[in-house]
Design a protein around this ligand. Structure first.
Ligand code: HEC
Length: 270
């Protein structure tokens, strides 16, 4: 009996082993690193400080490769967002060069053929880092850095996915898995080969409201930018939650009134 049991165990392990071994080379996405987000749940809200830090990370790091086509500067000072003042938002907009319309001679390029540009205004959208898809691919080894405006809404795991990718570069490559030339091992990216070089380092971004001695880690930077990208994906979350709670309260009050009128109507019938 004992013998058959252990034989069964050994056989079972021997059969299961190749399945485990195969797991290390399949490129199947690892479970995401679950974080706590202030905006989760019915009463969830974005944290303005996180959003401002995240904007800084996007601006100083990600915007070199990724566009944010659907985000207009004026939203940076609107309720429910990062809460920049009107003046700060205007200064941010003016710090970007956007494509100018035709000038009074009808030209859209200067003498050298470069497109005419002007400083941004609140109504403008974040300008893309590359003039077109071909240029973006040419600078990124053939891969296209996707627009980040809706990335949190578009990917399973949302902010946890963005956080896991950004903090997932320094894992040991499993034995038997070959990283494609010019790509990087990242087990949170489906297929494990990502064309994005590790974009964040410890201390790469300095948050001004922090003690100067405290360095932002890769995780701090990744957490902040994932917050910011959650907001760009769903800028009206606060309104939606407020309306949701209002509707619930209304329904509860309505149920109470209906119950009372039911009692009133049937009072004499008993
Ligand atoms: C040097 C250019 C570069 C920088 C800087 C960069 N990325 Fe990327 N990123 C890429 C490229 C290229 C890809 C496409 C990867 C692929 O398809 O293999 C990518 C992919 C991604 C993905 C996965 C997209 C998907 O389709 O699931 C996310 C998320 C992402 N980047 C976020 C960021 C964030 C946030 C930052 C800033 C902290 C950043 N990236 C900085 C080039 C860059």
């Amino acid at each position: 009996m004992r013998f058959t049991l252990s034989l069964g165990l050994v056989l079972g392990l021997a059969l299961a082993a190749p399945a485990f071994a195969a797991d290390t080379t399949t490129g199947e996405q690892w479970p995401l690193k679950r974080q706590e987000w202030s905006f989760e749940g019915v009463f969830g809200k974005y944290d303005q400080t996180d959003l401002q830090h995240g904007f800084q990370v996007y601006k100083e790091v990600c915007s070199a490769c990724h566009s944010l086509n659907r985000v207009a500067f004026h939203t940076l000072s609107e309720p429910g967002g990062p809460g920049f003042s009107e003046a700060q938002m205007k200064a941010i907009a003016a710090g970007y060069q956007v494509l100018a319309g035709p000038n009074d001679k009808g030209e859209t390029t200067d003498d050298k053929g470069n497109p005419l540009k002007r400083p941004g205004i609140p109504a403008d959208y974040f300008p893309p880092p590359f003039p077109n898809e071909n240029a973006a691919r040419a600078s990124n080894g053939g891969a296209l850095p996707p627009d980040l405006s809706l990335i949190v809404a578009a990917r399973n795991g949302g902010p946890d996915y963005v956080f896991s990718i950004l903090t997932g570069f320094h894992e040991k490559t499993p034995d038997g898995f070959k990283v494609t030339d010019g790509k990087y091992f990242n087990p949170y990216f489906p297929g494990w080969n990502i064309s994005m070089p590790p974009p964040l380092q410890d201390g790469q971004v300095t948050f001004n409201d922090w003690d100067p001695k405290k360095k932002a880690t890769v995780a701090d930077e990744a957490y902040a930018v994932a917050n910011f990208l959650a907001w760009t994906s769903e800028p009206h979350l606060d309104d939606r939650h407020r309306i949701g709670v209002g509707v619930m309260v209304f329904l509860i009050v309505l149920s109470g009134l209906l119950y009372l009128s039911y009692r009133q109507v049937w009072k004499d019938a008993h």
